[in-house]
Design a protein around this ligand. Structure first.
Ligand code: HMG
Ligand code: MG
Length: 318
């Protein structure tokens, strides 16, 4: 795409600082976090079509659904059908969110390549989200870890509310590090730090990383930042400077959790890819295909994209 208004993705004018990573892995959340709080419940056919389009856009890690209570999250019911309908592409990891052994077994049967367990750094959110304390949730994950290991499946661990909780308020980084360490000790290969309500700011994010990377290598940490206060991109940049290289993003900036009232979507995949490529950091994302996926899902949901880059680029299309 050639442009004449300064939005060109030609090589960066200034040399990339040494501290920034050469490549960044985007973990696509659109089909799970993106859809789980939408008022309109989409069919398995549409959800799998979204995932196929995201794969075509070059995304290599895609969270395809969750195996949680359909009473709690009706939007994620039929995640098994979503997996069954996928046109799987080699080299792409299709993962699933699982809260307990039952969810893990369902994900395994559905053919998930990888699963994720999710805990919270705050007791208030843990109770609302998964109806148990932090320590009870970690106990629930133990059998998941054991069975996953038997089946050779990798397990990712999320920690929610890392920079604030809708129920408990401010959250201290050492509390996050404590939960992250326990997930790591249990055998999670990567810990994704969830700013569930998007309350963080860049220096707070750096402090968070400083604490969580004491016992976990920074290469094994990921940032999962919701963009409620418009801080996600700045927070991500702050962490790239510290060596973080895995970012959770969502097509069209979709996302949210019914137990985090008022929180908006994840950092948009389009916005992250544009910033990264603009700094000479490779993401392997095909922006044109990504925009098509964004238009497809926004049309299905009857909403407007929350991605600034998406809106800007689409407005330039003839
Ligand atoms: P519970 O009440 O403690 O457990 O729920 P339970 O065993 O008493 O089961 C309650 C109901 O769930 C029963 O059905 C079970 O059969 C069913 P009912 O009698 O009501 O008809 N059930 C299940 N159904 C399907 N699959 C399962 C399963 N397990 C139990 N695996 C539970 C505990 C975790 C299940 C429930 O609280 C739940 O599903 N919560 C939903 C949590 C959720 O999906 N939240 C959103 C995702 S997390 C997130 O968005 C944050 C993240 O993005 C990072 C960030 O942003 O910070 C990851
Ligand atoms: Mg989330």
């Amino acid at each position: 795409m050639s442009r004449d208004d300064g939005s060109s993705q030609s090589p960066p004018e200034y040399a990339r600082p040494k501290a920034l990573p050469e490549t960044v892995t985007l973990v696509e959340m659109g089909a799970r976090d993106g859809l789980q709080n939408q008022p309109k419940v989409l069919s398995a056919e549409i959800r799998s079509e979204l995932i196929n389009r995201l794969a075509k856009a070059g995304l290599k890690r895609i969270e395809a659904g969750s195996f949680v209570s359909p009473r709690a999250i009706p939007q994620m019911a039929d995640s098994d059908k979503v997996f069954a309908l996928l046109h799987r592409q080699p080299g792409i990891v299709y993962s699933a969110l699982t809260p307990n052994l039952r969810g893990f077994e369902a994900a395994l049967t559905a053919g998930a390549d990888e699963v994720a367990v999710f805990a919270s750094a705050s007791e208030g959110f843990s109770q609302k989200n998964i109806n148990c304390s932090i320590s009870e949730s970690l106990k629930r994950f133990e059998p998941v870890m054991a069975v996953a290991q038997q089946h050779g499946l990798k397990v990712r661990g999320y920690v929610s509310c890392v920079m604030g909780c809708p129920y408990d308020g401010d959250i201290q980084p050492f509390a996050v590090a404590d939960v992250a360490d326990q997930l790591w000790q249990m055998g999670c290969y990567e810990i994704s730090l969830g700013d569930t309500i998007g309350a963080g700011t860049p220096l707070k994010a750096k402090r968070l990383l400083e604490h969580t990377s004491k016992n976990i290598p920074v290469q094994s940490l990921a940032a999962h930042f919701h963009n409620t206060y418009g801080q996600a991109l700045a927070n991500i940049y702050a962490l790239l400077e510290e060596g973080l290289s895995v970012i959770d993003t969502s097509v069209a900036g979709l996302g949210g959790c019914p137990y985090a009232p008022g929180a908006s979507g994840n950092l948009a995949t389009e916005d992250a890819a544009y910033m990264l490529e603009g700094m000479g950091i490779k993401t392997v994302v095909n922006m044109e295909e990504l925009l098509k996926a964004a238009t497809f899902i926004c049309d299905q949901l009857g909403i407007t994209s929350r991605s600034n880059v998406g809106l800007a680029l689409i407005s330039r299309q003839p």
